[in-house]
Design a binder for this molecule. Structure first.
Ligand code: PLP
Length: 396
């Protein structure tokens, strides 16, 4: 149940508590619970990254840094975007942020006025909406097509856009569905946004977590549209080191902005953040420029766990894979008993000692679903899925 605030602003009171956190808290308090709800890699932070953090502190890099970021970090981030994402970006267009969530928050603050509307995916990562709420803006959920070719439902977007709509947010590969948009889908969505004069904010938190064929990022598709004379929107890309480099606790990411917006984002950062932890940025330089084996190791383990789970799911009839999982590290499962997903997720922990994120935590369209995280060991996944199937009255 939502806490009742007796003090505080209306915007703060409007932030819905995280439905994922509620299950996680219960799971931690319930001994023997299999954890299939985790939103972070199980892989350890690479040792060369940890060493770089310690070395930076020992070298005296412990003071305030420039708001846009330590130059070496911005250079390393720009070089990564050129190398991995294929985008022509200079360090002048890169601003460091304290994790993707803070970069998204700064971008929203740079773009949104009170009462503006933001189109966010439903189902989608909850903060994409709540970050708008703290700006006094209004998140409007748009449906995602599921199945084999996931993507925003353009007919629905057309019905949802209003004169107050300012931003369309895309997140691919998606948390929670694991679905990824292909280049054609992104081109259609970006073209639609351009025709409506919207900014596109691309949440690139999982940009390197494609399990099959990597697809181009939104900004690259936008660049291609522009080069071929078609309408293209302005795209802000928010990247994170959390998932790609197993650095969730470091709180590090970077925002790539069209040149006109860069000083605006930096002005917001100056007042809300001053700067990102300096040693952390040096750890980021090591992550972005050093050996990358850990990235492929993580992808390989998610890929094999996905394949293992898909195989297991074929042997039962109470859970359906709602979206083809091609990226991030999640499976999006539909069930048909009609039980509210938050009740089911609670019951799964209390009676069956298995924790999954309830679909409703990701928006109204998430109802009737559960999210499985592939950041759990193979045996935990197999046993956990068997417990869910049994709890839903199926056999496996
Ligand atoms: N975007 C999505 C879709 C996520 O799932 C997450 C984390 O779970 C984030 C952004 C933010 O991650 P961080 O702030 O650690 O970079």
């Amino acid at each position: 149940t939502a806490p009742a605030f007796s003090v505080g602003s209306a915007a703060a009171a409007a932030i819905a508590p995280s439905g994922i956190r509620a299950v996680a808290d219960l799971a931690w308090r319930t001994p023997g619970t299999l954890q299939l709800q985790l939103g972070e890699p199980s892989h350890p932070t690479p040792p060369h990254v940890v060493d770089a953090l310690a070395q930076a502190a020992r070298d005296g890099n412990t003071r305030y840094g420039p708001t846009p970021g330590v130059p070496a970090f911005r250079e390393a981030a720009a070089a990564k975007v050129v190398r991995v994402n294929g985008l022509a970006v200079s360090p002048d267009e890169v601003t460091v942020c304290a994790g993707g969530v803070e970069g998204l928050g700064a971008t929203y603050r740079a773009l949104l006025d009170v009462g503006d509307e933001v189109l966010v995916p439903d189902p989608g990562w909850p903060n994409l909406g709540t970050l708008a709420v703290v700006c006094g803006a209004v998140p409007v959920g748009y449906p995602l097509l599921s199945g084999d070719r996931p993507g925003p439902d353009l007919d629905a977007l057309e019905r949802l856009v209003t004169p107050r709509t300012r931003v369309l947010v895309v997140n691919t590969p998606s948390n929670p569905t694991g679905g990824g948009f292909d280049a054609g889908t992104l081109a259609d969505v970006l073209g639609w946004a351009a025709r409506h004069g919207l900014w596109v904010v691309a949440d690139e938190c999982y940009d390197e977590m494609w399990l099959d064929d990597p697809q181009p990022c939104a900004a690259l598709v936008g660049q291609h549209l522009r080069e071929t004379g078609r309408p293209a929107p302005e795209v802000v890309s928010v990247f994170s080191l959390s998932k790609t480099h197993a650095m969730t606790g470091f709180r590090l990411g970077y925002v790539c902005t069209p040149p006109a917006l860069t000083p605006v984002v930096r002005r917001v950062q100056e007042t809300t953040l001053s700067c990102v932890s300096t040693p952390t940025q040096w750890a980021g330089v090591a992550a972005l420029t050093g050996p990358q084996d850990h990235v492929e190791e993580m992808r390989a383990s998610y890929r094999s766990r996905r394949d293992l789970c898909v195989e297991r799911l074929a042997d039962q009839d109470v859970l359906t894979l709602a979206t083809r999982p091609s990226g991030a590290f999640y499976l999006w499962l539909a069930y048909a008993t009609g039980e509210p997903s938050t009740d089911l997720a609670r019951r799964l922990v209390v009676d069956h000692q298995v924790a999954l994120a309830p679909g409703r935590a990701f928006g109204p369209a998430g109802e009737g679903h559960l999210r499985v995280s592939l950041a759990s060991a193979d045996d935990v996944l197999v046993e956990g899925l068997a417990r869910v199937v049994a709890a839903l009255g199926g056999t496996s």
